[in-house]
Unconditional design. Sequence first.
Length: 294
Amino acid sequence: MRTNKDRLVMISVQGTIVKPAHSGKHGVSHGGEPFMLPGTGGITYNVRVGDPAFGWEVDHVEPGVSTVFDEKDRASPTNRGYNFYACIGNEAKVVTGDAKGAKGVVTGHHGGAEHVLIDFSPAVLEQLTMDDKFLIKAIGQGLRLPDYPDVHVYNLDPNLLKEMGITEKDGELHVPVVASVPSYLMGSGVGSTSMGTGDYDIMTADEEALQKNGLDKLCFGDIVHIEDHDNAFGRCYRKGASTIGVVIHSDCKWAGHGPGVTTVITSAKPILKPVISPQANIARILKIGRYESQ
C-alpha cells in the first residue's frame, strides 16, 4: 500500500502531566444513579493500553500518562496544536526528572479534556512526577494513500499504519478490527469537526446492544470499525461510509458517553472493509502496555 510517508515532516511538541481535577460532587449516570468517581488526568499506574475498557470504578479514565501543553487554557492554539501534531504511535521522551531519557508511545488524544495519552513502562511510571515534561516526535498528520484519494488518514504514525495488517483487494482496503460499531451507538462528539484533536464515544447505556455487537469486552488500544460514519470533514452519519478508530479511554456513566475512539482512517465511500481479528490492538502491534514483554 503506497503512502506519502517520505513527504511528511516530523516536528517536536512538548507537554506536561495533567493535574487530576474533580468537583467533589456527585454526577448522575444515564440510569439516573448518582456517582462520585475518579476520572481523567494524572499518572494512571494500574490501567494501561491493552487492558479492558470496562469494569473499572472510574469515569472516562485514561490509561498511562495524561498530558497537555497548556493546562490553564485547553482551547488555546498551542494546546490544540499539541493535540493535533501528536499522532498514535509517535515516540515520546521524558525530558525532565528521574526518568529523563525514557521513551514511551502516544496512544491517543481525548477530546473535550484535550489530553494526549502516552504509554510508559511501569518502571518509568514510578519515576515520574507531576512536574515532568515530555517531548513528542510528532509525525502523521498529512498522511495520504495516493491510490485511494477517497480515503482520509488522521492521527496515525505512518509506521503504525504499515504494521496494522491492511490488505488491498479490488480497489478496497481490508482492515483488521476487533469489532464493528453500529452507527446508532456513536454518541458524544458526533457533529464535531475536530477529528485531528479528539475522539468520540461509543454509547453504553444499552447493555444488550453492546453484548450483541461484541463491544462489552473492548480494550484500550483496540482498533474498531464504525459503520456508516464519515469522519473526513466532520463526524456524521453517511450510509456506506466507514471509519476506523482506536479505543483510547474507558467506559463512562454519563448519558451519551462510553469508551472513546480516536479516528485514524475514514472514507465516505464503501472502500474500507472490516476484517474481525481479536489481535487488532495497538498494544499488541507495538509491544507496549500489557503486551510490552510479549
